[in-house]
Design a protein around this ligand. Structure first.
Ligand code: SAM
Length: 476
């Protein structure tokens, strides 16, 4: 029980006025004070759900399926000494710590035939990346996903999460998301707008979430959300699908934002009913077909999800191309890319997928569909940095290893648990194996990649990026 959860009277009066008749305020308050159940989502870019369950059950992990997400589980652990984020499985990107109700928007986005894994998708407000990584996994790293985030510090966290999870099909941008309708009209097959919001649904995680709550602040943020939704709608192709979601409960930020779009463009789109999204979804379904997830319904955070389909174009008075700046990359000529890909295949037994581009001392692997947005948008980061070059060759990156290392059939070394811990602490290791190798080596623990190293005699020199080195409380 969280007795200190701050639930001010004026907030509770506001909620009582909008609580559906079949739900109780007492249960609402009780659930707001109850700690959240832990939940995780298995990253199928790296491991199947069955293999993950088989790996974790012997370690005393109890995994109870989240009914609206095939890869989501509520988790209880017998031994909680090691924080979840410091487990070997988290460090190698096998799962993402994600609140169960926050898995709903992406499920809704993909539960319709319009959203294809090889399409051009937009995640308009993406950091820290729980839904970006969920989308990328459902796309199986195909097509292209533009992941945008306005806050610079959160953009860095997004980037780290994409790398850890082996995501290779994302182009990251750093804008106020209201630019997309102006700069890229009718460009995306599917869009997620997981909007910035007042976070009323998050009190179970953060007991002070409502410290600064006021009607004025939700009205203010609702105006921002309306602008973002309108812009996202312009950026959506006719025939495309858009999901609008928040982790808040007030009608102003949810139903009213959807209504504002309906008032403007009502004949050009329709909202889908999400009542059949999963068994029991109707318990959270509004008359309009949205999911308004009160925390007591599924014992989760509060959430709101609406999905619309755009039937036809609308006049767009917003259109104006964006400022691009200089694009520093050039496609890598075949005489450089082909030998490099052949070498990588010969050394590791995997072939990197995508288009190779170079800039100064770097070689990058861009997503398949990048050319569709090339010259239309300034990116902060595109795809994956494959290698750093120097006079006599190149060095493959940590992020390449995290994306491709699990699939390597050679050129890797398997560490035991003691060496794996040493490696994650930034130290060199002397693995016990028959023969030491030469050159760069993928370092794995129980079949999944921790990073890159380099053979020096029988020692593997540690090439873990400094910012990923952990000094204590690692997996046991
Ligand atoms: N989708 C994320 C996830 O699942 O991990 C959570 C997104 S959070 C609800 C909203 C995000 O929008 C925040 O990271 C915030 O910094 C960002 N943001 C705020 N204003 C924005 C704007 N005008 N354009 C784009 N992003 C914005």
């Amino acid at each position: 029980m969280h007795d200190n959860t701050y639930l001010p009277d004026h907030f509770l009066r506001h909620i009582a006025a909008i609580m559906p008749a079949h739900l109780s305020m007492d249960e609402f308050v009780a659930s707001c004070r109850r700690p959240l159940r832990r939940s995780i989502r298995v990253n199928t870019l790296k491991i199947s759900v069955a293999a993950f369950v088989a790996r974790m059950q012997p370690l005393g992990w109890q995994l109870d399926p989240v009914p609206w997400c095939d890869t989501g589980f509520w988790l209880s652990r017998e031994d909680e000494r090691v924080p979840l984020g410091n487990t070997a499985e988290h460090l190698s990107g096998l799962f993402y710590i994600q609140e169960a109700s926050s898995m709903l928007p992406v499920t809704a986005l993909f539960a319709c035939e319009q959203t294809q894994r090889d399409g051009m998708l937009l995640d308009a407000a993406a950091a820290p990346g729980s839904k970006t990584t969920q989308i990328a996994a459902l796309m199986d790293n195909q097509g292209m996903l533009v992941a945008n985030e306005y806050s610079s510090s959160r953009l860095k966290v997004l980037s780290a999460n994409l790398q850890r999870c082996g995501v290779t099909n994302v182009g990251m941008t750093h804008f106020d998301a209201k630019v997309f309708g102006q700069w890229l009209p009718e460009t995306f097959d599917a869009i997620l707008l997981d909007a910035p919001c007042s976070g009323e649904g998050t009190v179970r995680k953060d007991e002070d979430a409502l410290r600064n709550w006021s009607i004025e602040s939700i009205d203010e943020i609702a105006a921002v959300q309306q602008g973002l939704l309108e812009s996202a709608f312009h950026a959506l192709k006719p025939g495309g699908v858009l999901v609008y979601s928040t982790c808040t409960l007030s009608l102003q930020e949810n139903q009213a934002v959807c209504q504002s779009l309906q008032d403007k463009f009502g004949d050009a789109f329709s909202f889908d009913s999400l009542a059949d999204l999963f068994p029991a979804a109707e318990k959270a379904c509004t008359p309009e077909g949205y999911l308004h997830v009160w925390p007591q319904i599924f014992d989760s955070e509060g959430f709101f999800v609406a999905r619309l389909r755009k039937q036809h174009s609308v006049p767009n008075t917003m259109f104006k191309p964006g400022k691009l700046g200089k694009f520093p990359f050039l496609p890598l000529p075949a005489k450089e890319s082909e030998p490099m890909l052949r070498e990588i295949e010969a050394a590791f037994g995997v072939v990197p997928q995508g288009n190779l581009f170079g800039r100064s001392e770097e070689i990058w692997l861009f997503p398949q569909l990048f050319e569709q947005v090339q010259g239309k948008l300034r990116f902060d980061r595109i795809g994956l940095k494959l290698a750093e070059t120097f006079k006599k060759g190149y060095r493959l990156t940590h992020e390449w290893a995290l994306a491709y290392g699990d699939g390597a059939s050679k050129g890797f070394v398997e560490l035991d648990i003691a060496d794996a811990r040493e490696f994650m602490m930034g130290r060199d290791v002397w693995p016990e194996q028959e023969a030491a190798g030469t050159g760069e080596v993928i370092v794995r623990y129980q079949g999944h990649t921790l990073g890159m190293g380099k053979w020096v005699g029988s020692r593997v020199k540690n090439a873990l990026p400094r910012e990923l080195v952990r000094d204590n409380n690692l997996f046991v």
